[in-house]
Design a protein around this ligand. Structure first.
Ligand SMILES: NC(=O)c1ccc[n+]([C@@H]2O[C@H](COP(=O)([O-])OP(=O)(O)OC[C@H]3O[C@@H](n4cnc5c(N)ncnc54)[C@H](OP(=O)(O)O)[C@@H]3O)[C@@H](O)[C@H]2O)c1
Length: 198
């Protein structure tokens, strides 16, 4: 199985969601998310990366923006007849699976690119325990924001905070360094790396 990364924006308290949606709107983070999850590094033969998400996160994406473009979308639900409400054209870039192991199998089958787990909390909780989860690309929201959904604890034993240079090398583009500001929100682009991985 291929290595994969989690991509998330979370507060210091690891808050990620509110009322089944995002608690903030940070345009530069949305552009960063799009680049990270879409960009296929040179050397990989794939045309597209794969993104894996839970059914609630899928529904939180406005219909006109889903499936996420230029990425193979994998939706996880226990309901095998869940209606993703796709057009025929969208059908080819989207698949429904009933557990995380099938999500990884499907990701490898459909794409030789990178694999990203993009939430939400239930899905991160399963994925972060996986030995193949090698990177956590984490936009740290430094401001206090009310949340009702949380990212799992990032174990110091398993993961270390990467340097800014490591983050830029991983995402393969320059990334603004240090605390950024959007309106009344402060945030910072960071990354964690699994300490030991193959
Ligand atoms: N800040 C961020 O970066 C970020 C990123 C993503 C999401 N979010 C936020 O996170 C929240 C959503 O997170 P969430 O935890 O409520 O939902 P979620 O993880 O997106 O989806 C949960 C659903 O996934 C399916 N599922 C979960 N575990 C499964 C398993 N083991 N096997 C098969 N299916 C499984 C179930 O679907 P069924 O009920 O259909 O069976 C479950 O209801 C929202 O507020 C969203 O905006 C934030």
């Amino acid at each position: 199985m291929t290595n994969f990364a989690l991509v998330v924006a979370a507060t210091e308290e690891l808050g990620i969601g509110l009322l089944s949606g995002l608690p903030w709107r940070i345009p530069r983070d949305m552009a960063f998310f799009k680049h990270v999850t879409t960009h296929v590094p040179e050397g990989l033969s794939a045309k597209k990366n794969a993104v894996i998400m839970g059914r609630v996160t899928w529904e939180s994406i406005p219909p006109k923006f889903r499936p996420l473009s230029d990425r193979f979308n994998i939706i996880v639900s226990r309901n095998p007849s869940y209606d993703m409400q796709l057009t025929d054209a969208e059908d080819r870039s989207t698949v429904l699976v009933s557990n995380m192991e099938d999500a990884f199998v499907e990701a490898e089958k459909q794409s030789a690119g990178r694999v990203f787990v993009i939430g939400g909390a239930q899905i991160y909780k399963i994925a972060i325990k996986h030995a193949k989860c090698t990177h956590i690309v984490l936009t740290r929201v430094r401001s206090k924001v009310d949340c009702d959904t949380f990212f799992p604890e990032i174990s110091d034993e398993e993961f270390r905070l990467a340097t800014h240079e490591e983050l830029e090398a991983y995402v393969d583009q320059p990334v603004p360094k240090g605390v950024q500001t959007h309106k009344d929100l402060q945030y910072e682009f960071t990354m964690y790396v699994r300490k030991k991985y193959m």
